[in-house]
Design a protein around this ligand. Sequence first.
Ligand code: KIV
Ligand code: NA
Length: 268
Amino acid sequence: MKKTIELVMNMKKAGKRITMLTCYDYPTAVMQEKAGVDVIFVGDSVGTNMLGYESAVEVTMDDMLHHLKAVRRGVKDALLLADMPYRSYETDEIALQNARLFIQAGADAVKLEGREELVVEYLTKNNIDVVGHLGFTPQTHDKASVQGKTFEQAKELLESALSLEKAGIKLLVLEMVPEEVAGLISKQLKIPTIGIAAGRYCDGQVQVINDLLGMTQRKLVHVKEYADYKTSTFQAVKSYKDEVENGLFPEKNNVRIMDSGELQEFKA
Ligand code: KIV
Ligand code: NA
């Protein structure tokens, strides 16, 4: 059954935790869909994770659309969310144009960072579902750091969350926030919160797929590696190289041979 934004929002009331994961390509989308991930998310983290960029601010609309279209082909029932990249929502009109490109490319909803209530209202009025993102926001902070650690900052974060909810966001991503603060915000909001590095008390969790698969060099507190991609990929590639060099690959069962009659004719 197709997971609409309403269905995902209702999971909060039903006490069901929401799973969300970043996804940047077709085969990974097929696996996430098969595993039943609720929200498959083409994040602008595609830049640093898949394209070798230094920062999120280098990611363009064209980058996002290219990956979104690939992921779309692998998604069936999951909610497909796309991240609006840096400077793609500077005014409400620019935001609407770009959000419509995402919807045309198959996104069900778009996410944007920060206190952008006017843009949220404008997109919502034009029938586009918007997801918010507060706490650490990579498009405007250059160094990852915990947000909302002091009483004043925590209060401000809660006010921002309530104000974005009022503007119309359907879900709120909280990134790098102490878990007590994320928990309190989750209690105060009617809409679900989805946390990354925001502790145990959010209504759902989001992770970067590269981190979870063990593709990343960095070791982060909030990450659990469920696979060891680095090691298995290196070993596979190294074994292939060694076997080709030593004449061990291909072997007999990797080759096709001619019919014996045809072979005789060919040799003649
Ligand atoms: O782009 C991304 O991966 C994100 C998540 C960290 C929420 O915005
Ligand atoms: Na992002």
